[in-house]
Design a protein around this ligand. Structure first.
Ligand SMILES: C[S@@+](CC[C@H](N)C(=O)[O-])C[C@H]1O[C@@H](n2cnc3c(N)ncnc32)[C@H](O)[C@@H]1O
Length: 141
């Protein structure tokens, strides 16, 4: 990110402090909470070049519940993009694959000049984890 860049992270759980680096800011907060966009934007100081989300719900093992929670998180990220990501910006978004997540990824992907879903070699066997990579965000698309 270079000396003048800034990283802002948010998690509902406590985040261990990063030390004295003023360009790395950790927020404890809920992505589903009203007003969370303003908190993140204030910490960023402007629209972001890149949005990266590996947010994932606590899995219960009940498929319908887990899928619904994942869908809610993806919708929250989708709603935050126009408020936080600059036009032309990029997205890396973790998906736990399901028909609901696929539908959300398709919708979100349409807001980018190019979008693809990839799997990672580092993902453990049997995991449904995939990543949507979006480039060239078209705000309001
Ligand atoms: C796969 S972990 C990734 C954690 C962290 N980024 C890391 O690499 O260690 C998913 C994270 O999503 C967070 N999370 C789940 N629901 C959330 C929500 N509604 N708002 C903010 N964070 C949430 C969890 O607390 C968890 O830390």
């Amino acid at each position: 990110m270079g000396p003048s860049g800034r990283v802002v992270g948010i998690d509902i759980a406590d985040i261990e402090p990063f030390g004295d680096d003023a360009n790395v800011i950790a927020i404890q907060g809920d992505l589903l909470e009203p007003g969370v966009d303003a908190r993140i934007l204030a910490a960023l100081g402007g629209l972001a070049d890149v949005a990266l989300s590996d947010a994932a719900p606590k899995l219960t093992g009940v498929r319908a519940t887990d899928r619904a929670r994942e869908e809610t998180l993806l919708e929250a990220v989708e709603a935050l993009l126009p408020k936080l990501l600059r036009p032309g910006g990029a997205l890396i978004l973790k998906l736990l694959e399901s028909p609901e997540a696929q539908a959300a990824a398709k919708r979100i992907g349409r807001c980018f000049g190019s979008a693809k879903i990839v799997g990672l070699r580092a993902t453990r066997a049997g995991s449904s984890e995939k990543y949507l990579i979006g480039k060239n965000y078209a705000a309001g698309a």
